[in-house]
Each structure stands twice: as structure tokens, then as C-alpha cells.
Design a protein around this ligand. Structure first.
Ligand code: MG
Length: 217
């Protein structure tokens, strides 16, 4: 019984997400849905990447958070349009929540919308919001076992951004194992190793977003 309700919720969500996707397509906006656990460095990745993307593109941000607007305030400091969604307890954004804030973004001006989803690797994977691609974000400190433990998001994502590479040695993870496991779940996954703090490894990731936006990827 509970499973049927869950299926109906997912079906209704897909219809709204498709509506969002058509709107984004009509407006020529590339939309990336960043999904990662708390502390994975999603906001820091945005802070480091957006100034590079702004050289070529107009970027807007949707910040998903359960209660606060702390991440939005950090993004606002970059001078880009940002809207906040507080899910009030829900562990993910859905199509309806995203649709409801789109009128607060200057859609006619934007080339890219980056969505920071609520911090976890489970429920955000299940809910399409109309994005062009899901991006899984995890830090070297998250351990090398995540692709096996949370295969759905690794299967659905187009790219994996590994953050906090400056902590790689301290974290003591097996980076090759992490990459191999991620690729065994999703052989097409593009993988980038970055440090927002050191501003390292961002070029490949920014090129990927650029390719998505100009239709080369
Ligand atoms: Mg954040």
C-alpha cells in the first residue's frame, strides 16, 4: 500500500519535472542538479565554479535546504540571482518546489541554473526536477565506499565531482577504488577531482559544464 502511494507521488513528480524541462529548453537554459551529502562541499564548489562560468555565461542558482538560507547568502555574495527553497523537513527537492520558484529567476537572461539539492545521497536521486543532468558531489573525506552504498545516484548522474582534494592524504581513501567502483556502477560517469579551497582541478569540471551549456557534451 505504502509503495503504491510512493509510486503515485513519483509519477506526479515526473509530469511536473517534464514541464520544467520543456520550459528550460524553450528558454535555452542548461540545468544541473547537484546532489551530495551534508559537508560534501556543494556550496563551496558553486562558490569556486561560478566566477569561472560567469566569464561566458549568465548563471542562476536554486538553493535547497531543509530550514536555513545560509547557503543562499553565500551565493548571493557572488552577485548572481539565487532563490531559496526551504523544504521544511523534506529530504529532497521535487519538481513542484522548483517550478514554484522559477518566476523569481530572470529566466530570459540565464544560460545556466545550478541547483544545490538538500544534503543527502538518497532521496534527491529519486526526484527528477527537470534538470539536464544530475551531478553527484562527494568529498575525499566521505570515504571510498559510497558508489556501492548509494548506487542509484551514481547510476543516474552524468558526472561525479570529488571535492576537497587538498585533504586527500589526510582522508586516507583509495581514490582508484572510488573511481573504479563509481565507473562499475556507471561506466559513462565523468569524474573530476577538485579543491574549491585551493582552486585546483576546477578546469575540467568547468569545461564539462561549458560543454553541457553549448551542446558539446
Ligand atoms: Mg551547501
Amino acid at each position: 500500500m505504502e509503495i503504491k502511494v510512493h509510486d503515485r507521488i513519483l509519477e506526479a513528480n515526473i509530469r511536473i519535472a517534464e514541464r520544467n524541462r520543456e520550459l528550460f529548453k524553450r528558454k535555452g537554459i542548461t540545468v544541473l542538479n547537484l546532489i551530495g551529502g551534508p559537508g560534501a562541499g556543494k556550496t563551496a564548489l558553486l562558490e569556486a565554479s561560478i566566477p569561472l562560468l560567469l566569464r561566458r555565461f549568465k548563471v542562476g542558482v536554486i538553493e535547497g535546504d531543509i530550514y536555513t538560507s545560509r547557503d543562499s547568502e553565500r551565493i548571493l555574495a557572488l552577485g548572481v540571482p539565487v532563490v531559496q527553497i526551504n523544504t521544511k523537513g523534506a529530504c529532497h527537492l521535487d519538481g513542484n518546489m522548483v517550478e514554484s520558484v522559477l518566476s523569481d529567476l530572470p529566466l530570459d537572461e540565464l544560460d545556466i541554473i545550478l541547483i544545490e539539492n538538500v544534503g543527502n545521497l538518497v532521496c534527491p536521486a529519486e526526484f527528477d526536477v527537470g534538470e539536464d543532468a544530475k551531478i553527484v558531489v562527494m568529498s575525499v573525506a566521505d570515504g571510498d565506499d559510497k558508489p556501492q552504498k548509494y548506487p542509484l545516484i551514481f547510476r543516474l548522474a552524468k558526472a561525479l565531482v570529488i571535492t576537497k582534494s587538498d585533504m586527500l592524504e589526510l582522508a586516507g581513501i583509495d581514490l582508484d577504488r572510488l573511481k573504479d567502483d563509481a565507473l562499475s556502477v556507471n561506466p559513462k560517469l565523468e569524474i573530476f577531482l577538485t579543491s574549491a579551497r585551493k582552486r585546483e582541478g576546477l578546469g575540467g569540471w568547468v569545461d564539462f559544464v561549458t560543454g553541457m551549456t553549448t551542446g558539446r557534451t
